[in-house]
Design a protein around this ligand. Sequence first.
Ligand code: ZN
Length: 256
Amino acid sequence: MKEKTRITVFCEHNQDRREPVKSVYPQGMHETIADAFRGHKEFDVAHVVTQDMPEHGLTAEVLERTDVLVWWSHLDNPIFDDAVADRVIKRVIEGGMGFLSLHSSIFSKPWQKILGIYYDAGAWGRFRTMPKGEKQRVWVSAPGHPITAGLGEYIDIPRDEMYGEPQLIPEPDRTVFISWWEGGEVGRSGCVFERGRGKLFQFTPGHEEFPIFYQEEVRLVLRNAARFLAPPPGVIIPDAQGHLDNRPQEDLSHRK
Ligand code: ZN
């Protein structure tokens, strides 16, 4: 029988402690995002962690027991510990852990560093924050892709913060969603990247002031993405010296 996919949800848990976000996510955004996976037997919500925990909750042991890391962060991106960010990156590159980056998490340290993006929203692309939000139509641009399975032609999100082009990101390996905004902008909103052994997915909907992570189609995307991002069973991990098969190194003594 297939093993369950072990999910770790990380959130900074800052703005959801107070209004106006607290009344949208009274349990904290981390719990609402984790609820997208709970009750689905192929997933094990192994850890739900927040930035205020020691080592941000992302200890080596937690990462070792994580197949897919689901991440939401915003204001506290700059004060995230560099050593922990490097640990996350290493686990993606070397260990094949999947990384699902939600909304402003694309400005988080591990995400920016792994994709080679400079940390600064203004240098990244176009966004517009309005208290009332704007309608977003998330068009499926890859209808055969596992991440878009079970969706119609598009997802309508009634209110979100506008994230538009030009996004100064590396060309994705696959763009599975492109969003249209009522203000006229468009933006790549579902981007798949591969780095090392790991797969990464940028899903840009999810501004904290709107109940986007309760929306069933959004939750379906999270589950589809986690299924896709999980490392394949039997992925070969190098030992500490970088040997992939644990056999002795080639005998090079004949070389003089
Ligand atoms: Zn936002």
